[in-house]
Design a protein around this ligand. Structure first.
Ligand SMILES: [Zn+2]
Ligand SMILES: [Zn+2]
Length: 256
């Protein structure tokens, strides 16, 4: 049995009600954390997730609400004398950056109590996280606005939307996006589950795209404390085209 738990469902705004957006996929054999933003260690504690149970972490992009909890989480694992290797999945070109970040946080690979295995992926290629989790990444436009700062063209700016194939079910996670077309990155696929962020995209764009895509069920995440009306509108209007829509909250579980 596969299970998905929302660890956090908040936006980049700090909130006492929601941790930053992240979820945890448990297959029974392998447990994958999707994003590890600021405060992830506390958020995992709140959901009673044992740090040692995390086998891998995959990153959509490197905004602090999705990435900057990594160092603190590795420290928690180190304090608890983790022995099991930890896998980190990110775009190939971003691996040196993550290694530098850990090094600058004094988390030297040779010194900590467990191995970190970096696994790079490319967009548009399917890769296996484990037997029950296959992933395809698509580059979305969330951080295209920063490209002008990529002066030496290191291509450090990559933001993923993920199609997770979980046994025989498809889950589309938008990650953070910027435009309606980012919701339409997998036109050939049918989604058993779709999780969309709602911060960087208009209600109208979400509604138009969901009407086209027709996922079996839609979950809303990346929610700010003042998003109540937006959520209500999306839930009401998607019911008109028979897409059950659920506002995710921290701790919500999906049995897949
Ligand atoms: Zn975000
Ligand atoms: Zn972002």
């Amino acid at each position: 049995m596969l299970e998905l738990i929302f660890i956090g469902t908040g936006s980049a705004s700090e909130s006492l009600n929601r941790s930053h957006s992240s979820f945890f996929i448990q297959t029974g054999k392998y447990n994958l954390l999707v994003d590890a933003g600021d405060g992830i260690s506390t958020a995992l504690l709140k959901q009673e997730i044992n740090y040692h149970s995390i086998d891998g972490i995959i990153f959509t992009h490197f905004h602090p609400d999705h990435f900057s909890g990594l160092g603190g989480l590795i420290i928690q694992m180190e304090i608890l004398q983790r022995k099991k290797p930890l896998q980190i999945f990110t775009h190939n070109k971003l691996i040196p950056f993550v290694k530098d970040y850990l090094h600058l946080s004094y988390l030297f690979e040779k010194r900590i109590s467990f191995d970190i295995e970096f696994i790079g992926f490319e967009h548009d290629e399917i890769f296996n996280v484990c037997g029950d989790i296959r992933v395809k990444s698509k580059n979305n436009t969330h951080i295209d606005v920063y490209k002008k700062y990529d002066e030496d063209d290191k291509n450090y700016f990559s933001s993923s939307s993920f199609l997770f194939n979980l046994k025989d079910k498809n889950l589309f996670y938008t990650g953070d996006i910027a435009a309606k077309n980012d919701l339409l990155l997998f036109p050939e696929e049918k989604f058993d589950y779709m999780i969309t962020e709602i911060t960087h995209i208009s209600t109208e764009d979400i509604l138009e795209a969901v009407k086209l895509i027709q996922p079996s069920v839609l979950y809303l995440t990346h929610i700010s404390d003042d998003d109540g009306q937006k959520i209500e509108k999306i839930i009401n209007e998607t019911s008109a085209f028979d897409v059950p829509t659920i506002e995710a909250v921290d701790g919500l579980k999906i049995i897949i």
